[in-house]
Ligand binder design. Structure first.
Ligand code: HEM
Length: 471
């Protein structure tokens, strides 16, 4: 086993992501510095998955790379996913992993706090994902999706259409706002923030995306602050409490019965909207693309939906998906899981080690920025036969039981596992219910869009599909 180099600075406590780990602390880990100044940043951005495959072939499951201004250690494999996500020994900080990307625009969101504080706030927020509110969102999703999907049809770019629809649905289910000008203003501010979070210029200089993002944040902070106070007052005065997520957060309490501080409700709300938005958009787009490529599976899903909902009514209008029937769409769920395997919306997950730990024969020191890679592990032949093939039967109960639990991690795992995963399943199932009762999803012969792989996958041309009405 490689030993840890002696260096006095290694004894330091790492309390903020900006603290630098001395370079020699990682001398014993194989890897590459890349080009002067920029390291491997641009090589990685140009083709993140190809880069990981090349580095894995060269160095194995543990290697270091200099990119995005610092050294990062990649930990590849289902075992690495388990070690980092399950985090039995409280080694890995999510706050310090995500901090460099998200801290300016989405500070103190759930992924930007750790351990006891995180556990307390997560428990308070989970009130918004209990069966009663979820039933309410199911109604809102059916209404919003039915109205929009009815207007689709013919040739269209799917990605921008589902992105807009997801924003409108979030305004309704998350904030309790009907489609309209107020929802539009919020959506614009929000999109500015999300784009800024991955903008290359990290300072809010005039005319930059970061400046627009910071302005968007100011607007939303003011809006959510005033609304939290208003909704608290309303909740006290009437028993008709709002069922949307924000109204639930506004009155969420910690274990000691105290309300969450207003600024924290605001931060959690901003973060949650970000966590939900591009991820659902990306995964719904991948599923639509994969169903267009695999018409036999598309047909199986349609048959299942027709059987569970009873199919369109006598006027030809698709029926809604009842909240009670969500669990019955087993094939839809398996197909969605398979698309999340092939194109995970969060391809890799950063953390920072607060204590030294062992993996793959190396001792990795406290202060190291580490990353696990769902996209890579989802394609490893040791877990997936013919990994490039679309095959939803990989997700039958027996197949899942026979596999390493952390070989499939599109929603992460452990304490920070996606809080909104059931909402994501629900939105995609309701979408499929309305889409497949009305249309056949098709693409032109030989069409294969190029995908932008990072930070969240999307088809560069917006995904050109044709929705042909069923006879
Ligand atoms: C297909 C859609 C989605 C995918 C693939 C996804 C993926 C993820 C992943 C991988 C994480 C964990 C990141 C980490 O451990 O560092 C996460 C966390 C989170 N997600 Fe999702 N997400 C999706 C949809 C949603 C939705 C719809 C919501 C809200 C309604 C949501 C809210 C959150 C929140 C609040 C966290 C932070 C949890 C915590 O730190 O405790 N996500 N998501």
């Amino acid at each position: 086993m490689a030993t840890l180099p002696a260096h006095s600075a290694l004894a330091q406590q790492f309390t903020h992501w900006s603290q630098v780990l001395p370079k020699q602390a990682l001398d014993h880990i194989p890897g590459e510095a890349g080009a002067p100044l920029v390291g491997h940043t641009f090589t990685q951005l140009a083709d993140p998955h190809g880069f990981t495959r090349r580095m894995h072939a060269r160095y194995g499951k543990v290697y270091k790379v200099r990119s995005f201004g610092r050294w990062n250690v990649a930990l590849l494999g289902a075992e690495a996913n388990e070690l980092v996500l399950f985090d039995r020994n409280k080694v890995f900080s999510s706050e310090q992993g995500w901090g460099p990307v998200l801290d300016r625009l989405f500070p103190r969101g759930l992924m930007l706090i750790d351990f006891d504080h995180h556990r307390m706030d997560r428990r308070a927020l989970s009130i918004a994902f209990k069966p009663e509110p979820m039933r309410h969102y199911a109604g809102a999703l059916n209404r919003g999706i039915a109205a929009q999907v009815g207007d689709w049809g013919g040739a269209m770019k799917f990605y921008p259409a589902i992105k807009q629809l997801t924003l409108d649905l979030a305004a309704d289910s998350f904030i309790g706002l009907p489609f309209g000008p107020e929802a539009d203003r919020i959506n614009t501010a929000f999109v500015d923030m999300v784009q800024a979070s991955v903008a290359p210029i990290r300072r809010p200089l005039p005319f930059t995306q970061m400046r627009r993002g910071v302005k968007g944040r100011e607007f939303l902070v003011d809006y959510f602050t005033a609304e939290t106070l208003r909704r608290r007052k309303m909740a006290g005065e009437s028993d008709a409490d709002g069922q949307d997520m924000f109204s639930q957060f506004a009155v969420a309490t910690r274990e000691d019965g105290s309300l969450l501080p207003v600024d924290q409700v605001v931060d959690h709300m901003n973060f949650l909207m970000m966590a939900a938005h591009d991820t659902i958009t990306s995964s719904a787009t991948s599923l639509v693309w994969l169903l267009a490529q695999n018409p036999e599976w598309q047909e199986k899903l349609r048959e299942e939906i027709m059987a569970i909902t009873g199919g369109p009514d006598e006027t030809g209008t698709p029926r809604d998906l009842a909240y009670e029937d969500l669990g019955k769409l087993e094939l839809v769920e398996m197909a969605f899981k398979e698309s999340l395997r092939l194109i995970p919306p969060v391809p890799s997950t950063p953390r920072r080690a607060l204590k030294s730990f062992e993996y793959g024969g190396y001792t990795i020191p406290a202060g190291t920025a580490v990353g696990i890679n769902a996209a890579f592990v989802h394609m490893m032949e040791e877990h997936w036969e013919e990994p490039a093939r679309f095959d939803p039967t990989r997700f039958t109960a027996e197949a899942v039981k026979a596999r390493h639990k952390y070989a499939w991690v599109p929603f992460g795992g452990g304490a920070h596992m996606c809080l909104g995963l059931h909402f994501a399943y629900m939105q995609v199932k309701v979408l499929m219910t309305h889409l497949l009762q009305r249309y056949r999803i098709e693409t032109a012969e030989g069409y294969a869009p190029e995908w932008q792989a990072w930070p969240i996958p999307k088809p560069k041309d917006g995904l050109q599909i044709t929705l042909t009405p069923l006879d």
